[in-house]
Design a protein around this ligand. Structure first.
Ligand code: HEC
Length: 564
């Protein structure tokens, strides 16, 4: 019991009752024999064949049989003096005294609902300079009702705004996409799980102004309950030496017909460099049943990296390898998840079953297998990271397209996916979505501006000019719209028109270097070289990113030559 149970079954722990004394255990002997035989306890969803994770304390068949025999014989005490000492849990924080403890300003009161609830908190992290984190420890505050926690970092104020807009502590809804894992690391909590601290060389970086985003999955107890989670953060002075890469396999194109009991998604990725596998995290909602992750090495041998037959949404868990697993370049990582959207699936949240799409709400479906991979050197890491980013962005695009099947009139979704397409260099697709967004918001100047920008990127210059003019008819003092229009007019050879709009843009936004650069070009083309030089020198005085700084200096040199 001390080895396998009391980490949760102790006073203040997440287990519903303590199992710390002989008397505690004797009273529940029969039930304990049942839950251990069925392998319901200790809770561990992974098949026994995959047995290399931190915290995996499966009972052996012999131990289970021993418990059963003992219970049958009336749960005798044995020799009290031979009882081993109970494990102690220091001062509540299992990882030692935290460098910083944060919590929401006020507790959230969970009403006595009859369904599960989710609550998201944006918690300010009061640091004033860049800080390096070796880990965190999550305390649920009210272990009876907190089932698990998803934890992310938001470097923007997106989640905080949502939190502040809700009059009660926290808010109900989705985490914004800006709430992310810190680069290279997973965060999260399930009962009994305390992720060990990472060595300082692998610490992750926390920027001042970031918020800790904590999403609690709550299970009401029948009475109103106060919930006030606490998070202890552990810092190191040393900046990290190595950054792991997070790879996400999965599908965001999930679309399961009602009644379908064997819906399968698959995905894979071939490692471009040697890595060490540090951890995996599966994620799916209620209809997923079997979850498999496999590594196929270049020599053809395979390693099962994850296998859960009876997926349970309520046991979200980060599975950390006890020792890093070397995977050579050329290894194929793959995942295969099977969903049951029939009425026979007891966990199906909709009866009768309905068509279900990919989405982040718990009644939608998801299917991700996340890998934490450590490359051997920075060169390899950057190479893999670039590939992984574009792979994940492609899949994010699939996710947006799926959500738009469900809510085609969501202008914000059209804008978001259009920006991803632009980032991937797929301007024609961006145009299609910005057109949809503009049609949904006929009064919006920014919708026309976005459309004009994408049309320009797609080389459709006349249409782009028309869109910018539409934007300016809705908002005449729209500085960047004047600037972008000036740029397109310059390309089409309308120097006079271009000059007018760049002049307007510089008047409205005198500190935007792109406007000054454009204005100087239009002036130079009209032969006003001195004015062009004077204009470019205003840009040179501004704080500029490196490539732009080079460009403006080159421009000035060119104008000076033209003057001679
Ligand atoms: C990781 C934390 C954790 C560990 C380790 C753990 N339990 Fe539990 N246990 C729980 C939680 C949480 C529940 C409440 C049921 C649920 O949420 O699924 C529970 C419920 C139980 C129940 C009640 C089951 C029921 O049907 O109501 C028994 C009995 C039990 N545990 C025994 C044990 C024994 C024996 C061990 C060790 C072999 C053990 N547990 C290890 C967390 C744990």
């Amino acid at each position: 019991m001390f080895d396998a149970c009391v980490s949760c079954h102790r006073g203040g722990g997440p287990g519903p009752f303590p199992l710390t004394t002989y008397e505690d255990v004797r009273r529940r002997a029969t039930q304990i024999a049942q839950v251990t035989r069925s392998r319901f306890m200790p809770p561990w969803k992974v098949e026994p064949g995959v047995s290399h994770f931190v915290g995996q304390r499966l009972l052996t068949d012999t131990e289970i049989a021993l418990i059963e025999t003992w219970a049958k014989r009336g749960a005798p005490e044995g020799e009290p003096a031979a009882m081993p000492p109970a494990p102690t849990f220091a001062d509540g924080w299992l990882l030692g005294t935290p460098s910083l403890v944060v919590r929401p300003d006020q507790p959230f009161v969970l009403p006595a609902l009859d369904t599960d609830a989710f609550r998201i908190f944006a918690i300010r992290i009061p640091i004033t300079r860049r800080t390096y984190v070796t880990g965190l420890e999550f305390h649920p505050g009210n272990a009876r009702v907190v089932h698990h926690a998803n934890i992310r970092i938001d470097r923007t104020d997106a989640a905080r705004k949502l939190d502040e807009a809700d009059p009660l502590p926290g808010y109900d809804g989705l985490m914004p996409r800006t709430a992310e894992y810190p680069e290279g690391h997973f965060l999260g909590w399930t009962p009994g799980q305390v992720a060990p601290l990472v060595p300082p060389e692998l610490a992750w970086t926390l920027e001042p102004g970031s918020d800790l985003i904590v999403q609690l999955h709550l299970q009401p107890s029948g009475a109103a309950e106060e919930v006030l989670p606490e998070i202890g953060l552990y810092f190191t002075d040393q900046p990290p030496q190595r950054v792991p890469t997070i790879l996400r396999l999965g599908s965001q194109g999930i679309d399961i017909p009602p009644g379908e009991s064997q819906y399968v998604i698959r995905d894979s990725y071939v490692l471009p460099v040697d890595v060490q596998l540090l951890a995996v995290q599966p994620h799916a909602h209620y209809r997923a049943r079997e979850i498999r992750g496999l590594a196929t090495l270049p020599d053809g041998s395979t390693r099962l990296v994850m296998h859960i037959r009876d997926w349970d949404f309520r046991w979200q868990h980060v599975y950390r390898e006890r020792t890093p697993v070397p995977l050579p370049k050329g290894t194929r990582l793959s995942m295969e998840y099977t969903y049951d959207n029939s009425a026979a699936n007891l966990r199906n949240p909709e009866v009768p079953p309905a068509r279900v799409f990919w989405g982040q709400r718990s009644r939608d479906e998801m299917g991700d297998l996340w890998f934490q991979l450590l490359a051997s050197n920075e060169h390899d890491r950057l190479r893999m990271q670039a590939e992984v980013n574009s792979k994940m962005t492609s899949e994010d695009i699939v996710g947006y397209e799926t959500m738009l099947k469900v809510t085609p009139d969501d202008a914000e979704l059209h804008d978001d996916v259009a920006l991803l397409y632009l980032g991937m260099g797929l301007a024609a697709n961006a145009v299609r979505h910005f057109q949809a967004s503009a049609a949904l918001r006929p009064e919006s100047a920014s919708a026309q501006f976005n459309l004009g920008t994408a049309l320009a990127a797609a080389g459709r210059l006349q249409e782009s000019i028309a869109a910018f003019q539409q934007a300016l008819s809705r908002r005449p003092d729209y500085g960047v719209a004047h600037g972008n229009l000036g740029r397109v007019l310059l390309v089409t050879g309308d120097v006079a028109g271009s000059l007018t709009h760049f002049q307007e843009a510089v008047k409205l936004e005198p500190l935007n270097p792109q406007n000054l650069l454009g204005l100087s070009e239009a002036l130079a083309l009209r032969g006003a070289i001195d004015q062009a030089i004077e204009t470019i020198e205003r840009a040179i005085k501004l704080p500029l990113p490196e490539t732009l700084a080079k460009e403006v200096l080159a421009k000035r040199a060119m104008y000076r030559k033209m003057r001679k």
